[in-house]
Every structure is written in structure tokens, then in C-alpha cells.
Design a protein around this ligand. Structure first.
Ligand SMILES: Cc1ncc(COP(=O)(O)O)c(C=O)c1O
Length: 485
């Protein structure tokens, strides 16, 4: 006994001694009523100071694991030592038989569990997360310290389901600067886009059980829609956004509960819907009274052309658009802060669903983001990040033109490009062959609602070094050519 005690750096020694002794008591190595070694003795055995053992024993007593007899020493508390189970009474369940249909489907659709892992040295185009080397940590640290100094006590207590008021006010103005008419609208802060989407889908009553979306579209959105039991109708994409004729036909054929759309720097195609199409789309949705869930996740990552207003701005004082915003690509996905801007009554309902589910989004995260934004850091950061991503975007595009010139490449900005090979070509087979050569990407079929897209792939370039972008796309191009014969 006592030979397997190992000290970890960075944690107070007395706590480690206390935890170690607890472990011995719980596993039955020390029995109830048994006398513990003297503090001097244990200090020598564990090679720690006697004071550390004195504090550890006091802690064990506080936690109900030991007691002291005046003048006789410390003893193991009887009940504390009786918690270990007897093997004969071990109770096991087969949890796989107890899962809900939703959990089974979530597991089935979980590509993170089944996706290919990048081995060390692999050039990976699978991620569309921001490049963390661009994060201005000093300003984030300053924002944290500044906000804690102002109201740290308040921030660490429960907050409001709607969100942190200063951040809401800031984001409302931010949306107003995108041309949104805020009359009759309110905002709810969420844990990123993904929670906002889930909350909206939970809040809207299911009537037809059908939802419209672009085809292809964001994989996580497809997953969420399926988990909510919606049938998806995917509208094909063209170079300037979804095909309006196909949309009109779909609308005429049946009823839809809503449409989920990513009009700017769409995932996975990177396409920005043209202003003309946006108007045409809004007309159709108004005519058929189908609410639009607009995903504005990438709007700020524009490298050329002029600003295109979000659909919610085009809706004016109308309330048919539910806008979901996120700073996951524009700033830091680790903060998990997003927002829903929508009709006041709908936000009121969303607030109650949010409160029932998670109470509120971390006020600490919201307040750090608020202070960071308030200090003008977003503008400075975006300037730098845009310049960096633009260089990579142009390089990736140029490499695609050079090495896979026979494909169609789309992407007007953001952190990825989308490549379409000739009909019949398999990007799954290409992926397997490229992986052998140390390059991976995302096969495009996962973004399609109907099993199409077997000849497509997505290239996320944000976290790939320039030399690797060149090398990786050359390998993809060479491998594809070999496959074509
Ligand atoms: C289309 C789309 N919307 C939103 C997001 C961001 O989601 P979240 O804010 O939950 O991180 C992503 C991230 O990849 C995305 O691709």
C-alpha cells in the first residue's frame, strides 16, 4: 500500500493526498474503523510534508471519510468504507436497448464518429473551422479581465434566458447596420447557430412535416431536421443560388412548414445568392406563406464584390424571416455564442423553450464577447482574418484551376470551395486513393438530401498552410486523372 501514489504538478499536495486516501477507502483497501497511519508516518511513506498530511486528514474529516479520537489519531469512517459494491450484486443494463429512436438516428447520422481521421502529416481539407493562429488572444484576455472587473459577481450567477442584455443591444444594432428593420422583432442569444436551429425547430408547430432547403446544404442542419422528424425537399443550386423554378414547383406541389436557407457563402457550395434571386425568393415565400429560417453564419467572410443584404433585411417590417446568426466562423466557435432575430411573439415562445432546455447561454461567454466587440476588436480582427483567408481562397481557387481544370469549382468567399467532377466519377473512391497519398477532404454526398453529389467534394482551406494547399490539390488532381485513365 501507498507505493502507487504519484504527485501531479499544479494541484495542491494536500488535496492529492486526501484524494488518494479516499480512493483507498472506497476500494476497500482501508476498512471502516481502521486506524490511519500517523501524519508523520504517512508523510514519510508518500514523500510529502507532515503539514500536507495534517491538512489532508482534516479534509477527509470534513468530507465524512474519517474521524479523530482525541489523543489517539485518525480512523476511517465506517459508512464511507461501505460504498464499494460486491461483485455478486453488480447491476448492469444493456443501454443499447434503452435508447430512444432519436438517439439511434443521431448516432447513425454522426459523421464525426465515422469520418476518417487525419493521421499525423496528412494534409486535411476537411475542416471549415477558423485558423486559431489568427485569434487575437491578448484582446480576448483583456475583454475577460475588463468585464470581470466591472461585474464579475453578477456574471457568475444565473443570468437571463433571453441572453446578456448589453450583448443583445449590441447585436441588434449590428443587425440594423445590415439593413434590418427591427420594428416588431426581438432577439434571443443561443449556443451558436446549432442550438438556435434546434430551438426554432422545437418551437414551430409541425403541420405538414416537410421543410424546404437548398440541395446540397449544411450537414448539421440536415441531421437536425431529420432528428426532428421533418421530410426534406432539396432545391437544386445554380451558380447564383437556388433554382427559383424548382422552388416554385415544389411550393405548388405541397405544403411546407418552413424553408432553411443559407443565402451567403452557402455551405458547402460557397455560393452567394444574387440580389435578384433574393427578391424572387422572398416573393414566392410570401405568396405561399412559408417562413424562412435564414442562416447568416458566414456573411462577414466576403473577399470581393459588394455587400448583399440578408433576407431578413429584404423582408422590411415583415416578420416571415427567422434570422440565425453565429460568430463561429467570423470569430471564435469555442465561445458558442449565436443569436436568433425574429418576430417578437416568436422570440417570446423561443425564450420559454430555451429556459426549459438550458436555462441560458453562459453569461461569462456572452460578456467576454460583448466586451471584445465593444472595444472595436471585431473590425480589427476581421481586417486581418479577411486578408489571410482571401489569400488562401485565391490560392486554393488557382490551384483547382491548375490541377483539376476539368471540374466545376464554386465558392464566392468563406472558408471553403466546392468541386464537382463529371457525372459518374466517385469522390469517395478519390478520397480513399488520396488518403493513401496523405491528403483528405470531405466527400460531397453527405451534404445532399437525396443521395446525389457522389461526384462532388468540399475543400476547407482555412487551416491548411499555403504550401500544403498547393501540394494537396496537386495530389488530388493527379490522383483523379489516374482514376479517369
Ligand atoms: C451553414 C452553417 N451554419 C452555421 C454554422 C455554425 O454553427 P455553430 O454556430 O453552431 O458553430 C456552420 C458551421 O460550420 C455552418 O456550416
Amino acid at each position: 500500500m501507498f507505493k502507487d501514489f504519484k504527485l501531479l504538478p499544479g494541484r495542491p499536495v494536500y488535496i492529492q493526498v486526501k484524494d488518494y486516501m479516499k480512493h483507498l477507502i472506497l476500494k476497500g483497501a482501508l476498512q471502516g474503523g481502521q486506524k490511519l497511519p500517523s501524519t508523520r508516518e504517512l508523510g514519510t511513506l508518500l514523500k510529502v510534508s507532515r503539514n500536507s498530511v495534517i491538512s489532508a486528514y482534516a479534509g477527509l474529516e470534513d468530507d465524512g471519510f474519517a474521524y479523530t479520537l482525541q489523543g489517539q489519531g485518525s480512523y476511517v469512517a465506517p459508512a464511507a468504507a461501505n460504498t464499494g459494491s460486491l461483485e455478486s450484486e453488480v447491476w448492469t443494463m444493456d443501454w443499447s436497448q434503452r435508447l430512444s429512436a432519436q438517439a439511434v438516428l443521431a448516432d447513425e447520422l454522426d459523421i464525426m464518429k465515422r469520418g476518417i481521421r487525419a493521421e499525423k502529416g496528412t494534409i486535411s481539407f476537411t475542416s471549415i473551422a477558423p485558423d486559431e493562429s489568427l485569434f487575437d488572444l491578448d484582446n480576448v484576455k483583456r475583454a475577460f479581465l475588463d468585464r470581470m472587473a466591472v461585474e464579475g459577481n453578477v456574471l457568475l450567477n444565473y443570468g437571463y434566458a433571453r441572453g446578456y442584455k448589453p450583448l443583445i443591444d449590441y447585436l441588434k444594432q449590428y443587425m440594423e447596420h445590415k439593413g434590418v428593420d427591427l420594428r416588431g422583432k426581438e432577439m434571443l442569444i443561443t449556443n451558436g447557430f446549432t442550438e438556435g436551429f434546434d430551438l426554432v425547430l422545437s418551437t414551430l408547430g409541425k403541420r405538414s412535416g416537410a421543410v424546404l432547403c437548398e440541395n446540397p446544404t449544411h450537414h448539421t442542419a440536415i441531421k437536425n431536421l431529420r432528428l426532428h422528424g421533418f421530410a426534406l425537399t432539396g432545391i437544386p443550386m445554380e451558380r447564383d443560388g437556388l433554382q427559383l423554378e424548382a422552388l416554385e414547383q415544389a411550393l405548388a406541389e405541397r405544403e411546407y412548414d418552413c424553408a432553411y436557407l443559407v443565402p451567403s457563402y452557402h455551405n458547402p457550395t460557397g455560393i452567394v445568392m444574387s440580389p435578384e434571386k433574393r427578391l424572387g425568393l422572398m416573393k414566392l415565400m410570401a405568396e405561399y406563406k412559408v417562413p424562412v429560417i435564414e442562416d447568416g453564419f458566414n456573411e462577414e467572410l466576403r473577399y470581393s464584390g459588394s455587400h448583399v443584404a440578408p433576407l431578413i433585411a429584404a423582408a422590411g417590417s415583415g416578420n416571415g424571416v427567422i434570422y440565425l446568426g453565429s460568430f463561429s466562423k467570423v470569430l471564435f466557435p469555442g465561445l458558442r455564442v449565436g443569436w436568433v432575430l425574429a418576430d417578437r411573439q416568436l422570440i417570446d415562445a423561443l425564450e420559454s423553450v430555451k429556459r426549459a432546455r438550458t436555462i441560458h447561454t453562459s453569461t461569462l461567454d456572452q460578456s467576454i464577447l460583448y466586451q471584445y466587440l465593444l472595444g472595436g476588436n471585431l473590425e480589427k480582427y476581421l481586417k486581418r482574418a479577411r486578408a489571410e483567408y482571401k489569400r488562401k481562397y485565391e490560392l486554393t481557387l488557382a490551384c483547382c484551376k491548375e490541377h483539376i481544370s476539368y471540374t466545376t469549382v464554386s465558392g464566392d468567399g468563406g472558408l471553403h470551395l466546392f468541386v464537382t467532377f463529371a457525372e459518374g466519377f466517385s469522390t469517395r473512391e478519390l478520397l480513399a486513393a488520396c488518403r493513401e497519398r496523405g491528403v483528405i477532404f470531405t466527400a460531397g454526398d453527405i451534404f445532399f438530401t437525396n443521395g446525389e453529389g457522389l461526384n462532388t467534394l468540399r475543400l476547407g482551406f482555412s487551416r491548411v498552410a499555403e504550401a500544403e494547399i498547393r501540394k494537396g490539390i496537386e495530389i488530388i488532381g493527379r490522383t483523379a486523372k489516374e482514376m479517369m485513365g
